[in-house]
Design a protein around this ligand. Structure first.
Ligand SMILES: Cc1cc2nc3c(=O)[nH]c(=O)nc-3n(C[C@H](O)[C@H](O)[C@H](O)COP(=O)(O)OP(=O)(O)OC[C@H]3O[C@@H](n4cnc5c(N)ncnc54)[C@H](O)[C@@H]3O)c2cc1C
Length: 881
């Protein structure tokens, strides 16, 4: 039987752009006339109305137009002192739905203190039944909606421990239908709204593995009609609220890309009322706050950057969720076994976890750092993370040929110890680099086109990439100056220069961890070592527990820490392990082959006037308004505005990269930036302080493929002791020569008209320890680069990928650790050589390639085996029959 399709036709004169101001005006004036018939009629929905309107306003960054204090005091008058529950309006009966709305509103205002939280917990838990289901109130109606409200409410209050979570899940699972969907009770028909509630419940309870994800996602996708809108079940008209419920469910299932996003966007925009503002259920109907919220939330899920990001489970701004409110591990139910354990939530670990959520595998991400604060996503504040609790605080051992201007001749090597890893403190520069190198890493297993496909995928589905939202006078001047010297403006890796492309969303830092459900991340937990039995990795050991992995452990702890964890687990050079009395599990060159992009050139270029952001620009309230209101302005600055590549040997393939920052280390007069690098007192006083009256910029030449290589090795069996890091910077003379040529190019650049016009000039203060050489001679520059050696924070190579019999190989071209089953390493450490450019994109590409070719292919194999088994079985049954 085929079902009839009902749909609407979108007229040509429908709204096609988002009318933000109108919606804000509509909601700000809604209910102002308290004698309105409509307002009186909605009294029984008042609390939810406040939640819909406030959330919509928050998403538009307009919540200041709502009467905050009046709302808070209204909510406190609606709490019933006896049951603890909250009603829609003073004098009404308390109900689960309004209790949740009240908690959501107070969570957004960060004012949960306005109600008796214990009363709410008592009310919600008292409504749970023996079979795990929930009543909505004392009248005893059971519905999966109330299960969802209960867990959402208690998780916002960190009190999931007050109910029986396992029974809650069992009841929801008992409402699952053969099509993978859910209804309100066992046996009720599947419905998009109830699917959202059930998937949301399972997501909060961390039990997504019980879903039939593919069947369910198909059912949901089939809700899309030719108009682009989605209906709640077959034969129904499309409706904006179903668009949200279907989309948010697909988003939790990681399959939002299964709907036609463009058509859906057109449908949602068509539901706007261009006269009054607000959205309605479908084009041409009367708008209301309920549909207005779901219209805006839907557009946010579709990636509209003019609206704040919405959390698909809670239907609240993601920043409220990220603020730590929901991310405590206090009540986290840690299981003793998962299919996969991912160690580290950095660029690679978060991407893999995000993609694992597409499968039915169970997984946990274990992260040594904390969740951080959403202020960490303000790009201009990136440097503040250096040296903080969110930085591992690594430094090299004393260097013989480099870092001579730093205290103890040691260079600092910051790496992120935070949810998001190093990408939470990076400069957000996105570069693909030279693709042919990646083809070489895999020894021909993948073509150039395939690698490009992987980049296309991460650039469209994982990262949010953006142009600079703020740049200084310097960036155009540099592009003109390099043109004067014959360099073209480029788009990808090539000889030439370009403005930076950055990983930002609406002016905020964007990392792979932004897509990850924090419920699957265990923070503040250090993995001490791997559990290995008979050459098979079976799990990990943390300070207080063992967690087992059925299918594998994926080590994504970064170049320094992945090597450290392997060595602590007995996988590494046998002489090192033996010297520390660690039983050798596998003798491998773990920790060797350490390479890093290094450069030089601090405050080598000076100006009489500032070129860019100063501290006062950052503190300026207008900058704050600009940033929060439209994601633009000085606070969005990533630091590096222009990058470029040249060959110092006049060859086709560049050997030096430039990063140009319109600020110098002296910009903050020594309060912070100097400490991030560990510049010694002598050098600071006798070189940098001398130019305090000027404004500096950083023209940072970086050797793309240094020949100097070093190593990482543990110095103790104690997992809390940092390893020794000896990169042997500039130990190869060729590297010194390349850097000297890199500085000479900067000197040449300063002679161009384009830079002279803006007053750029060379810092001719003699460098203290190099005074014996003629200024800017080769010997002087050699001395200079050996003193001011700077890392780009791109260590790679300590668990190199390669062919099994190659000297440096630790993992094979499928990321499998040689000789140990069920153990994979996927992060910067497996890169056998440095990419030609900043490395974050390459690491993300590798992580995606790993997921596609190792995890997904494995599932395919299992399914194929099962199919073959079934076919064989049928065959036998037929023969017997
Ligand atoms: C200051 C700075 C600026 C940079 N700028 C750029 C740039 O502009 N562009 C670019 O492309 N690249 C840049 N990079 C480099 C890039 O960001 C990193 O190379 C990349 O993020 C590394 O990804 P990863 O997955 O290998 O490791 P990471 O992102 O470092 O993640 C490793 C994670 O594992 C966790 N971890 C480690 N040990 C343990 C343990 N024992 N138990 C539990 N968890 C553990 C860590 O806390 C961390 O969260 C920069 C890096 C830094 C530090």
């Amino acid at each position: 039987m085929s079902l009839k399709t009902k749909d609407v036709v979108l007229s040509e004169d429908r709204p096609k752009t988002l009318l933000l101001q109108k919606h804000s005006d509509y909601l700000a004036s809604y209910g102002l006339n308290k004698n309105d018939y409509e307002y009186c009629m909605t009294e029984y929905l008042r609390m939810s109305g406040i939640y819909w309107s406030l959330t919509a306003m928050e998403l538009m960054n307009q919540s200041s137009r709502m009467p905050k204090e009046e709302i808070i005091s209204f909510i406190s008058t609606c709490q019933d002192s006896e049951s603890g529950g909250i009603s829609a309006c003073n004098g009404h009966d308390p109900h689960m739905l309004y209790t949740l709305s009240a908690v959501q509103v107070l969570a957004m205002y960060d004012r949960l203190d306005a109600i008796d939280v214990e009363g709410v917990v008592k009310f919600v838990s008292s409504l749970q039944q023996e079979d795990g289901s929930f009543f909505g109130d004392k009248w005893g109606e059971v519905d999966t909606r109330f299960s969802f409200c209960a867990v959402m409410c208690l998780s916002l209050l960190h009190r999931l421990d007050a109910i029986n979570v396992n029974k809650t899940v069992d009841f929801v699972v008992s409402c699952m239908n053969f099509d993978g969907g859910f209804g309100s009770k066992p046996g009720s028909e599947s419905h998009a709204g109830l699917i959202y509630c059930c998937v949301g419940t399972l997501s909060i309870c961390k039990r997504m593995e019980v879903l039939k994800a593919d069947e369910l996602a198909w059912w949901l996708c089939e809700r899309q009609l030719p108009s682009g809108g989605l209906n709640g079940r077959p034969e129904k008209l499309p409706d904006l609220c179903y668009s949200w419920w279907v989309m948010s469910s697909l988003s939790m299932l990681n399959r939002i890309h299964w709907v036609d996003k463009k058509n859906l966007e057109q449908f949602i925009l068509a539901c706007q009322d261009s006269e009054t503002g607000g959205f309605s259920d479908r084009p041409g109907d009367i708008p209301d706050p309920f549909h207005t919220l779901f219209g805006l939330a839907g557009l946010s899920l579709l990636g509209d950057t003019s609206i704040k990001r919405v959390n698909p489970t809670y239907c609240m701004p993601q920043e409220t969720i990220d603020s730590g409110l929901l991310t405590s591990n206090l009540f986290q139910d840690i299981k003793s076994e998962y299919d996969y354990i991912i160690v580290g939530s950095g660029t690679a670990g978060s991407l893999i976890a995000h993609r694992l959520a597409e499968t039915n595998y169970t997984y946990i991400v274990i992260e040594a750092g904390g969740f951080g604060h959403h202020f960490h996503d303000i790009p201009a504040f990136g440097p503040l993370l250096h040296g903080s609790q969110y930085d591992w605080g690594f430094e090299t051992v004393a260097q013989d040929n480099a870092c001579l201007a730093m205290d103890g001749h040691k260079c600092k090597l910051s790496q992120g110890k935070i949810f998001g890893g190093s990408s939470k403190m990076n400069n957000m520069i996105h570069v693909r680099g030279n693709i042919s190198h990646y083809v070489d890493w895999f020894h021909g297993k993948y073509t150039k086109e395939y690698i490009e496909e992987q980049f296309n995928y991460i650039e469209s589905e994982i990262f949010n990439l953006s142009h600079l939202q703020y740049d200084s006078n310097l960036s155009d001047a540099i592009l003109n100056a390099t043109k004067e010297l014959g360099y073209k403006e480029i788009k990808h890796f090539d000889n030439g220069f370009m403005k930076s492309t950055v990983t930002q969303y609406n002016g905020k830092r964007w990392t792979t961890s932004h897509q990850l459900d924090p419920a699957n991340v265990l923070t503040h937990v250090l993995v001490e070592k791997l559990l290995i039995e008979k050459s098979k990795c079976i799990g990990v050991k943390t300070s207080n527990r063992k967690i087992l992995a059925r299918k594998g452990v994926i080590l994504s702890a970064g170049t320094i820490n992945s090597a450290k964890i392997l060595q602590l687990s007995g996988i590494g050079p046998s002489e090192l392990l033996k010297s520390l009395n660690i039983p050798v599990v596998k003798d491998l060159p773990v920790g060797k082959n350490l390479q890093d992009h290094i450069g030089t050139g601090l405050d080598l270029v000076l100006f009489d006037e500032p070129q860019s952001v100063t501290t006062s620009d950052i503190m300026d309230p207008m900058s704050v308004v600009q940033y929060f209101y439209n994601g633009k302005g000085p606070l969005t600055t990533p630091g590096c505005e222009v990058i470029g590549f040249i060959s110092t040997k006049n060859e086709e393939i560049p050997d030096i990269q430039y990063m140009v920052l319109p600020v110098g280390i002296t910009s903050d007069r020594g309060s912070h930036l100097r400490r991030n690098l560990g510049i010694s007192d002598d050098i600071w006083k006798n070189y940098f302080e001398k130019v305090f009256h000027k404004h500096a910029a950083t023209f940072f030449p970086i050797i793309l493929h240094p020949k100097s290589k070093g190593e990482v090795k543990i110095q103790s069996k104690n997992s809390n002791v940092p390893p020794l890091i000896n990169p042997r910077y500039l130990s190869d003379e060729n590297d010194i020569r390349s850097l000297v040529e890199g500085v000479k190019f900067v000197i040449k650049l300063l002679k161009t008209e384009s830079l002279k016009v803006i007053g750029a000039h060379l810092n001719d203060t003699p460098f203290p320890s190099c005074k014996k050489y003629k200024m800017f001679s080769d010997l002087y520059l050699k001395c200079y680069v050996q003193h001011l050696t700077l890392t780009s924070y791109h260590p790679v190579g300590t668990c190199s990928m390669g062919l099994p019999d190659s000297i440096n190989t630790v993992v094979d071209t499928s990321f499998r650790l040689l000789g140990v089953k069920n153990l994979y390493v996927v992060d910067g450490s497996v890169l056998p050589t440095l990419p030609s450019g900043n490395i974050n994109a390459a690491i993300a590409m590798m992580a995606n390639l790993f997921f596609e070719n190792v995890i997904l292919k494995n599932i395919d194999k299992i399914e194929t085996c099962q199919r073959i088994f079934l076919v064989e079985l049928l065959h036998r049954v037929c023969l017997v029959g």
